[in-house]
Every structure is written in C-alpha cells, then in structure tokens.
Design a protein around this ligand. Sequence first.
Ligand SMILES: *Cc1c(COP(=O)(O)O)cnc(C)c1O
Length: 436
Amino acid sequence: MQVNDISRTKSAELYEKAKTYFPGGVNSPVRAFRSVYGTPLFIEKGDGSHLWDADGNEFIDFCGSWGPLILGHNHAAVRENVMRVMQKGMSFGAPTALENELAELILSNNRFIEKLRFVSSGTEAVMSAIRLARGYTKRDKILKFEGCYHGHTDSLLVKAGSGLVTFGETSSAGVPKPFADETVVIALNDEEALQKAFEDFSGQIAAVIIEPVPANNGLLLQTKDYLNYLRELCTLNGTLLIFDEVISGFRVGFEGAAGYYDIKPDIITYGKIIGGGLPVGAYGASAEIMDHISPVGSVYQAGTLSGNPVAMAAGIAQISELLQPGFYDKLNAKTADFVSDIRSHVAEKGYELEVFTIGSIFWFAFTNQVSITRADQIDPESMLKFKAMHRELINRGIYFGPSGYEVGFISAAHTQEDLERTKTAIFDSLEIVFSN
Ligand SMILES: *Cc1c(COP(=O)(O)O)cnc(C)c1O
C-alpha cells in the first residue's frame, strides 16, 4: 500500500536555521540525513520506544540515540535518579560517592576488568586506552581493522590502503601522515593478514584494537575461532588486545562481547549504554595495567567533567536495571523472534535481503550472501535499497538510523504491539522497494 510523505515543515525550518549555526546544520555528521531521503527530522521528545518530531509525527524508534537507550527514552528510574542528584549541584571536580557506586555495580559483575576510569565519551575512552597500551608496552604501532569504528581520535581515522597488510591512509583531512603511519590496517576475519602483520611489525605493535562485535559498518559478526586466534597472537607477541565495546558493552549481555565469547581482552572501552543517555565513557583493565595511569602511573589522562555526578546518576540507574535477573534473556528473545519473523517473510517473498543479528542488535543487508564478515563484502549499490526502505519506513512511523551502514537496536521498552506494527510496516515497505 502506498502512503504519502510525512510533513517535515517545522523540521525543514529548524534545519535552515541550524545550517547557519553549525557546519551542515548538525553537531555530528550522520544526523544530516545525507544518505537517506529528505530533511533531517528534528526531535521534540521521546518516551519509551516512541519518538516525536517537531511536526508532531510519531515514530517507533530503532536508533535509540545510536545505542545508549537500552531501556528506551525517558525511563522513569533514570530520569528520577538524575533529578534527585542534580538538586545537589551539577559538578564539583572532586570525587563523589556516585563514582564508587557506578564502578562497584560494573566491576562486581564483570570478570574481565578490575579497575576502570570514567571519561566523557567513547572517543575519549578509546584515545586513552591507546595511550595506556603504548605507555604500558613502550611500543608505538597499533593495529586496527577495516570496517571497525573507534570514534574520531586522530590515529584511528585511517583506512586500509591496497594490499594484505598496509599502513593506514588518513580518512580525514587534518590527520598528519606520520600519525597514520603508526596505524596498521587489515581486513577483519583474515588469519593470514593478521599473521603477516605480526611478522612485518614484529616487536612493534603496542595494541590491536577491534570491535569484537563490529557494528558501525553493517554488522560484521566475527567467528569465536577468529577472535580466539587474535587473542592468542596478541599474547604471543606481547601486544595488548583492546576490545572496543562502546556499542557491544552492556548490549550483547552485561559483560558485553568479552562475556559473550568468553575471551579476556587486556583493555576494554565502554560508552553509550554506560551513561544512560548522558555523556559517559570508561576504560578498564587489570589493576596492574590500570595502575600505569596517572596519578599512580606515568600515562597522563584527565577530565574536568569526568565522573560527573549527574552523568553517574543516569549510569547507576540504567546499569541497575540491566542487572535485574533475566533482563538480557527477555530482550534477546524478543529480538530473535522479531528477526526470525522478518526472515521468514523475506524467504517466502524471495527478496535479496539478509537480516543479521546478535543480542538486541540487528542489521538489514540488501544482499544474498548468507554471511558478511568483512567491510569489502558490502556492496555500496545496495545502499540505494536501504535509502528507499528508510523513506517508506519513516512515512509509516518507523524510525531507523539514517544510514544503511548503521545497525538497529531493540530496547526493553519495545512492546509486542510495537514490533507487530513494525513488521507490517517493514513488509509493506519491502514490497514497494522490491517492486521498483
Ligand atoms: C560510538 C562509538 C565510539 C565513539 O563514541 P562517542 O561517544 O561517539 O565518542 C567508539 N567506538 C565504538 C565501537 C562506537 O560504537
């Protein structure tokens, strides 16, 4: 069934104004809707699984602020804890009991880290983890994977050149080439390339950084065997293994991907969910590694608003909910049923579409490959189909992140009714996408 485009009059007005204030009208590039149809939607409010834009259009939200909102929007426990704490002041630049409280909740329920430090974003967590690894190993090079995103820190804004093992080429202006030269980039899920990188740069690699659940360039699920092999090679070479769990942490289970695959990295970075919707990041490791950080160690890292009480309050409330018995079983089962119904429909219709999933994450890939583990297996042309689907979904009140390379998230707030309505909207949208 065809439907009309929703009204975006107010959003368009706000966007015109915003373009005079901010480059591209936004404070983070993907928000500009460059790879989907129409004006970016300016959001007015969110409640549970639903969002409302400035024109009063209502959506069921599967972006969840790009991952943090695992309980949905404006969750009562999070809101109330934030309001309670902020009555006592917003920031002191001195320690508070709230930092202990959030650390205790995390560390006593996580087998993989013994100490952590709070920062204010995922980028900052990654940047600090890299410095820690370099300081700890007294080596300079880091190895990353094509198709993993680690925030916008200079040395990680690099992409692979041609060849099995390459120095990174900068993927942003403003990153000096000598920085990129310290970063080695290889493809995901390629044991041979990994082996060769450790041979070519023997004794030089401080750390390997990976999203153990790569979820920023499609959902490029790795095998447990490959991740184990990576762990083994890092250990053999005296290289630290960093799991960037800014998305997967507290998402694929309380202990994130480390727990899911039962693999112990040397350093873990967190962000997104940990802050309950406020700006929080963290990095953690064994006490022995973490004690290389200042003021006890020689690796400097600091933050005026680190461990901010209001942000800690949001994190404490959200993390406490995640520790309720059965939280993840229920959320993951709900997601598995949703994906399974879509897959059955797609199979029946014979559409060229795969839905990849882990935990409460899903990704629509317009392909007939049954497995995608590397960035170069994604056909850029397939994004045209995503773009068409995104428009149809928006018009039917379903909000997916505005790029086909982004994954979707199910939250505890999504009801069976939400998911039934969403499936109907997806089926109607796909019919249109595949009839053109
Ligand atoms: C989002 C993300 C980051 C960056 O976090 P910001 O809070 O946006 O700075 C880093 N790594 C991964 C895996 C992410 O998903």
